[in-house]
Design a binder for this molecule. Sequence first.
Ligand SMILES: Cc1cc2nc3c(=O)[nH]c(=O)nc-3n(C[C@H](O)[C@H](O)[C@H](O)COP(=O)(O)OP(=O)(O)OC[C@H]3O[C@@H](n4cnc5c(N)ncnc54)[C@H](O)[C@@H]3O)c2cc1C
Ligand code: FES
Length: 279
Amino acid sequence: MSTSEKTMTPYLGKLAKVHDLAAEIKLLRVELLNGGGEAFANFQPGQFAFISAFGLGEAPFGIANAAQRGPYIEFAIARLGSVTTGLHELGEGDVVGVRGPLGNCFPMDEFKGKNLLVLGGGIGGAPLRPVIQHVLDQRGDYGRLTILWAARHPSLLVFTDEYDEWRGAPNTELFLTVDNPDETWNHDVGLITQLLEKVAPSPENAIAVTCGPPVMIYHTTRMLEKMGFAPEASYVTLEARMHCGLGKCGRCNLGEKLICVDGPVFNMQAVGNLLETYL
Ligand SMILES: Cc1cc2nc3c(=O)[nH]c(=O)nc-3n(C[C@H](O)[C@H](O)[C@H](O)COP(=O)(O)OP(=O)(O)OC[C@H]3O[C@@H](n4cnc5c(N)ncnc54)[C@H](O)[C@@H]3O)c2cc1C
Ligand code: FES
């Protein structure tokens, strides 16, 4: 069986943990069955997988944990349409289909020795959590870790129960902002670009990784460039509607690139001039 035939066939996965992460966003922890554990043994930060809700279909999601935190894979899933609603209705012990791991990954080895700036907007923070976990688990290999984390409202912030772990790690700082605060909010208010301007991280020996809604990625990466982050020091993860996830159907194109196989992680040098069409 070729690799692509293999990856069209989903493994089965049992939901080992399901819990509310934020409003209309659930964390699904999947334990892989029937050989899936082997296929997913060495997945890398930035990769994604298709999850199927039986009878409804499948949809792609960024893998939200680092492999060393396993043996399981986690997904943060926002309820949007039929597949994600079906997945939200499942509970612990239920079985889903899992196809992957797919796509490329962040070059974590090349990031070693660099300061890392992680910019996550809303559910877009999910594929950046493996980057954060990877750095925290191999803290000595990386320089300063600065996390800028944003959402429209405090109830939409993901992984809130891990912020203390992030803040408490050596040489690590976390900055939070929301567009619309509630009465309990005591962090920044405004767009992530405003927070970026305020924090003003140095581009020296630094790499920026950004994920979030297209408009956030567009404006954040433009601002990073103005702040001195060269395109080759800036990475993004992108999304598109997908069918095959294997570079076969052409559904996920961005210019001549296919997000499912050339991405979802891109260096800004490769896609900077395409981001206007991504909006
Ligand atoms: C590489 C990749 C990683 C992703 N990671 C995550 C993740 O970690 N967590 C998560 O919650 N979602 C993620 N998504 C998006 C997820 O795939 C969609 O939300 C899902 O396909 C919606 O399926 P559905 O059947 O529930 O909704 P549908 O019935 O297919 O769509 C419902 C509505 O949402 C719109 N929609 C669907 N998909 C998208 C999209 N990608 N962008 C904008 N609008 C869309 C549709 O146009 C429609 O209006 C990712 C997508 C890709 C390609
Ligand atoms: S989803 Fe088919 S080529 Fe990318």
